[in-house]
Design a protein around this ligand. Sequence first.
Ligand code: MEZ
Length: 532
Amino acid sequence: MYSEQFKESLALVEASREKNIALEPVRMTAEEKDKVLASFHPDYKVDEFEVLKIGPNKGDRVPKELAAILQAHSRIKADSVCLDKPDYETDVLVIGGGGAGASAAIEANEAGANVMVVTKLRMGDANTMMAEGGIQAADKPNDSPAIHFVDAYGGGHFAAKKELLAKLVCDAPEAIQWLSNLGVEFDKEADGTMITTHGGGTSRKRMHAAKDYSGAEIMRTLRDEVLNRKIPVIDFTAAIELILDENGNAAGAVLMNMETKELLVAKAKTVVIATGGAGRMHYQGFPTSNHYGATADGLVLGYRAGAKLLYAETLQYHPTGVAFPDQIFGALVTEKVRSLGAKLVNKNGEVFMHPLETRDVTAASIIRECSERGNGIDCGNGLGVWLDTPMIEKIGGEGTIMSRIPAMWRMFEKYGIDIRYEPILVYPTLHYQNGGLDINVNGMTTNIKNLFVAGEAVGGIHGKNRLMGNSLLDIIVFGRNAGINAAAAASSVNLGKLTLSHVEKFENEIAEAGINTDTVSPKLLPDYTKKR
Ligand code: MEZ
């Protein structure tokens, strides 16, 4: 139910709907894409970035907010933690309780290693849980991992580490089978064939989904599997520093109980960072589709210990975050809404682009429509454009919305908007960290032995922009991969003396570079109360 302020524009959208459904929007040329990105994508706003003064990526530019936590003080003094009597000892320590961490833990356990998971919130409080539209895998006769590779490589601006992307696409069909065997209920035709749809930048329909709560369905299953295997999970306990051994290899982490602030030491032969993304950093003031704990912790832990970052300057702004109503501002409107036929329409009722360009191009085009072209709708909290959801049922038939995207219907229905009959207002929202820690194909960081990384904390799998559904895929493929390889590596590790000397060294670097900061990191939780 929209108030009077929207009525005039809404009438234009409704009047143009039939014509807009019939319209075949043209795809942009490579030159047009480059132009809109350079002028309107937030990654290209030079003033919003800062050059790092210290650490393994000294000289690289990253978002200002990220620079502040990468070049910040530790939460501990290196000499104030006793490492001699660890509270926990394990083969594989997994930091993070989302899809990547759970997949790593399951595979490490399957390989016979002792594994434990620590998570600052609860198992499953993660971006995986919030993923909606689906997971890509080239498992249909008209598709292949090679075609999947080409789509993702082009969509990521030809910047992905080829060996990582090749692993992602080649292991994808088996990842779907693995999830299916564990109990994930993917959408299927009556004969059992998996239903697949397009996403932005895909040349084949390869998006497998569980309606529009694919991530929740996957996380539910993985969490059950972790619990069934009786893998120890330490909830509400954050890793706040990595521990190395005297040879510079990963050897555990200093943990902090989130409620009591008690410090604990976990000694481990190998460590897997699976801490997820950074949406709650609210880069450039953007709202986010991410869960409450997405504060780039893994990047901070790794960086302070000396691990390199790759593409930390590239973020993904999902084109369709909620712009209205306020209560769900920035929440994700799955790309599947556009896969099912809804088009993006400006305040005059005009379709202004192809709805399934890659995400960075779509987000930049929406920003241009609202800014330079003046065709946005005032949503109270900023501008937005229409996403004409009633087109879905006109194209796919009555009942399509309830059967394919019921969570979207429910999210808006609570605020009196029935997306079957009324379009919705959207604007880009901070969604995904394209960059992260640099790994080899075995999941280990390129410069710290026995430190593995999986999921959104990894940089380089997708290049400088990720296609829809390749994140749920990467948490499974690279989560499992990290678990298998961390378990294998642990079997031959002889740990040297544990040390936090890297923490002290980093403090010295801060002082020597003249960085004047009172920020401590990892951030762990957003500080909304403080701001208010
Ligand atoms: O991969 C994603 O980010 C995804 C599936 C999001 C969505 O639009 O649903």
